[in-house]
Design a protein around this ligand. Sequence first.
Ligand code: ZN
Ligand code: ZN
Length: 275
Amino acid sequence: MQNLHTHCLLCDGRDSPEEMAAAALEMGFDSIGFSSHSYTAFDLEPCLKDEDEYRKRILRLKASYLGRLRIYLGLEQDLFSPIPRPGLDYLIGSVHYVLRDKEYIPVDNTPELLSDGVRRLFSCDLEEFVLEYYRLVGSVREVTGCDIVGHFDLITKFERACPELSKTDSLGSVEEEKRRAIKRLASQDAVFEVNTGAMARGYKDCPYPSFSSLEYIRSLNGRVTISSDCHDKRYLDYGFREAAGLIREAGFDCFYELRPEFSDADRRFVKIHLY
Ligand SMILES: [Zn+2]
Ligand SMILES: [Zn+2]
């Protein structure tokens, strides 16, 4: 078992990296990656306050668990963040904002901030906002060079609080833009994350990406991996079984785990068969 999408208390998670590693070992994980949020210049307060300290602490932890648990140092690289400094094991590429008129509208912060941005900067045109989100997601591998595409359809997070979002998400134009993004990413050999984070936090009852997107990824021979976007050590393996079931139902016979110690494409992702 592997989970490469985790947040500890050095960014916006609840537990220390040490507590998370201990929990991962106890739950039977053989590897865990830390993926704190990258720096974005427009955030009033950076999520990851001290990146040097973060890097040092994870590397120390990695050394102390040698032979027991593989620990990796990563970042969840936002589309609008500067290129990261070298020394990281891997990157998850994520879109958390839609840019319009030099303003960054957060997609997953609160339903109020999202609605306010759509009203002010998109003249209430939710469809155009969602289309712009998927255009940005389609570019995330080219822009960030990420190994893994984070929460492909994060824009659906607040569907319960904002039912207009789910109506928009099923529009033909949006479906078409989603497919365009998936096609572009799959053609670049991106690995899509099946992310159970919003389930663990009660926002959704299924992972990102949606089942129809998973089926489309499968039809293009795209690759997937499983993570829980974990902010709380109790949820390190949250929904993994369900996610594996969904992947199988969507037609996949395997998912992938990352081996960041290898740089060549063939060995960097290891196939895990679904039974
Ligand atoms: Zn994220
Ligand atoms: Zn995350």
